[in-house]
Design a protein around this ligand. Sequence first.
Ligand SMILES: Nc1ncnc2c1ncn2[C@@H]1O[C@H](COP(=O)(O)OP(=O)(O)O)[C@@H](O)[C@H]1O
Ligand SMILES: [Mg+2]
Length: 246
Amino acid sequence: MSEASTDSEKPEKDAPYRAPAPGPKAIVELRGIGKTFFRGKEPVKVLDDLDLDVPEGSFEALMGPSGSGKSTLLNLIAGLDRPTRGTITVAGTELSKASDGALARWRSQNIGFIFQAYNLMPVLTALQNVELPLLLTSLSSSERKKRAQTALRIVGLEDRTHHYPRQLSGGQEQRVAIARAIVNDPKIIVADEPTGDLDRQSADDVLNLLDKLNTELKKTIFMVTHDPAAAERANVLRKLDKGKLK
Ligand SMILES: Nc1ncnc2c1ncn2[C@@H]1O[C@H](COP(=O)(O)OP(=O)(O)O)[C@@H](O)[C@H]1O
Ligand SMILES: [Mg+2]
């Protein structure tokens, strides 16, 4: 694991100028982010003047005490919520400038979200659950099906296509949810405690899968976790405490 690198190094005085090797661009860029919720009339400051750069292609883990604002931060990065202050640029789009409709469209093309509790629709099969995000696109029904099948193959569940969530184990449900998250081929995957409800073996299967999405499919992954074994898989470990990132 390494600290997040910066590209602010300046050449030494009198040294021949050499342009720094271009590091990976930040695909997630937060500047001066504040988020305050209101409990009745009482403001609750959750995030305070927070900056964050996530380089394209990295796999980052975020830890922090319960209630420290980890999910709030993920929702902001994914364009599911808006900050009280500051700017958020993700995959080249400044989210604060986008209308709600534009933001929903942007999200469907750029973000794959994985939840702790899978959030599959119980009345739909694995294939239909995975196909769901594609209903917002203009793809034909046969193309949608083909892509959903490909996503299920990537997560190793091509033999569970017609199973309903109740017929799957927790680990399999989470892998269906991951297939749903990648079916639109998003650049970024955000995961909120993706192994929180799983036994060790299923958690390791899910982590192996995230690792594969990062190294082979080059997805940028930003994962909130309480699980030290999950955090260990990431290239960068960040900590959120009292509204600040460390
Ligand atoms: N929609 C909301 N309205 C009011 N308070 C909220 C809302 N969402 C989160 N909070 C508060 O913000 C704080 C951080 O919540 P959250 O981001 O869920 O923390 P974490 O994911 O780190 O456990 C908590 O005190 C929570 O009660
Ligand atoms: Mg949370």
